[in-house]
Design a protein around this ligand. Structure first.
Ligand code: MG
Length: 223
């Protein structure tokens, strides 16, 4: 359900507590998805925030023989044939924030402080909406932020492997690096959502864990 605002820029979307699908497609592996059923925390002009509960059953990519994709080294990690896997999200619950037109999402992880003050900046396509959720595509490179304004790039070598595997063109790699610079500027300035209240977020204990669509299918069940 969505409606276009008068300026056409904002499609009014979901309400607190709605269950949607957070989905990554990958042009190098058409037909396969990373798909996470999540609960909506907020959806407004500025951002969409969702909650991924620990233990959520989700679709992910595996190698064609069912092993984890990290079992493949170098470019094969991105280019080797893959299959559809399903697993339960093993990590603690996270808040993920998406902003319209922004080429990264920010994931808030709980730390020993009791706050969700470890930030994982996932570079990806700006999200688009579909009836049941959002679609994006991962850009491999990530940024980890463990203190206000402090950061480190993660998986730069993997971005090179993805390029070698033909997953991205040189032009796309340049765009991804440029998006990382933008994200780093936002981190340095401690702009939204880094300065938001989400580190203090607590999920509604009455929320049921959302589930995959009834027609979801997979080749391998993994841990
Ligand atoms: Mg990533």
């Amino acid at each position: 359900m969505s409606e276009t605002g008068s300026d056409g820029a904002y499609e009014r979307g979901w309400q607190y507590g709605d269950q949607i699908l957070w989905t990554y497609t990958n042009p190098a592996h058409p037909g396969l998805v990373d798909q996470r059923p999540v609960t909506v925390i907020a959806d407004d002009e500025r951002h969409l925030a969702v909650w991924l509960e620990s233990g959520t059953r989700m679709l992910h990519h595996v190698l064609a023989d069912g092993r984890g994709i990290r079992e493949a080294d170098g470019p094969a990690r991105f280019g080797a044939p893959r299959a559809q896997g399903v697993k339960d999200w093993q990590g603690p619950g996270i808040v993920a924030v998406f902003q319209p037109g922004v080429a990264y999402s920010v994931w808030f992880f709980l730390t020993r402080s009791g706050l969700r003050d470890s930030f994982y900046v996932n570079l990806e396509d700006p999200y688009t909406r579909f009836e049941s959720g959002i679609l994006t595509a991962d850009h491999v490179l990530d940024i980890v932020v463990d203190a206000p304004g402090g950061y480190r790039l993660k998986d730069e070598d993997e971005l090179n492997f993805a390029f070698d595997a033909g997953m991205f063109s040189a032009e796309q790699v340049a765009r991804i690096r440029s998006a990382a610079e933008t994200a780093i500027a936002d981190i340095s300035a401690w702009r939204f959502p880094f300065d938001s209240d989400y580190p203090h977020f607590r999920p509604n204990p009455d929320w049921p864990i959302p589930t995959l669509p009834a027609d979801a299918a997979w080749d391998f069940e993994t841990r």
